[in-house]
Design a protein around this ligand. Sequence first.
Ligand code: GTP
Ligand code: MG
Ligand code: ZN
Length: 312
Amino acid sequence: MSPLDPPRGLVDSSPEGLAVARVLRIERGHAEVWLDGDARLLPVSKKQLRACQPVTGDWAHVDVARGVVTGLAPRATCLRRRAPAARGGDQAVVANFDVALIVMGLDGDFSIRRAERYAALVATSGADAVVLLTKAASVTLAKEAVAAVADAVGDAPVHAIDVVAGVGLEVARRALGRRVGVVIGSSGAGKSTLTNHLLGEAHQPTREVRARDSRGRHTTVRRELFLLPGGGAIIDTPGLREVGLADDADLDDAFADLAGLAAGCRFGDCRHESEPGCAVRVAVDEGALAESRVEAWRRLREERATSQRRGR
Ligand SMILES: Nc1nc2c(ncn2[C@@H]2O[C@H](COP(=O)(O)OP(=O)(O)OP(=O)(O)O)[C@@H](O)[C@H]2O)c(=O)[nH]1
Ligand SMILES: [Mg+2]
Ligand SMILES: [Zn+2]
């Protein structure tokens, strides 16, 4: 089945007389959807825009006669991020993907803490996460970097690849398989380079990063879904400027292992430091939970608290 064919269940439950079509990208209040073997740029009804903006990957309800997107099917997975301060709340980024490929360069882009935040964010989306550390051919300590990141991101597999030098290309391909994936990561990390590799053609423009600090130039400007030749699909995205968890429920989602254990702590607001009756400490002492997980949880919780104080 092609990622452009709507799932049976969505077709059956869609409102009478409306088609179900996949959103490939969003542009100026319009959604480009795949309909009857063609990509069509359709306006989104005002009513729908007020309720919820469609995002790349959405299954849209389309009134074919009027040529309008009138609604959205419920999302199976959804990546959300904190909206820019002015707008408040949080914002859907992409929907209905199976796996997020967290792309991070082993150059100046490398940050274990950021990998940790990305993994936590993906955990709240309902999809799987895989971390791909790019530009591996030019560093000698790629193995150590992989181990350090693996320690920080919970269950997500971590691989070092180099798309330009041709290292780990098969690993990257297998990480996605024939699923629908989305690449996320900072500008210049190599998301479009990876997308092109998976597509087997240089479809997406890429641009060199600044030598001084490895920062990218925000080359990709919109999220777009592409079909892969061997099945599955990939959504390329612009670099994310901020990675933050939307709320405390997200934190529990992202640290389900820890949250489960914490239910057994004597105090409801246990910080799992040295409180008596702390079930998390017991698990750490027994080697059932990594101390680094607890530290990550504490850091992200602190970050949440700080951003809440700032009214975000
Ligand atoms: N050596 C090496 N260079 C890479 C690799 N991946 C990406 N690059 C280079 O890094 C630069 C940025 O890559 P892009 O693919 O444009 O980065 P991006 O993540 O799509 O960036 P934005 O679109 O700005 O978000 C380009 O010059 C790529 O050739 C890699 O695995 N190895
Ligand atoms: Mg790009
Ligand atoms: Zn505790």
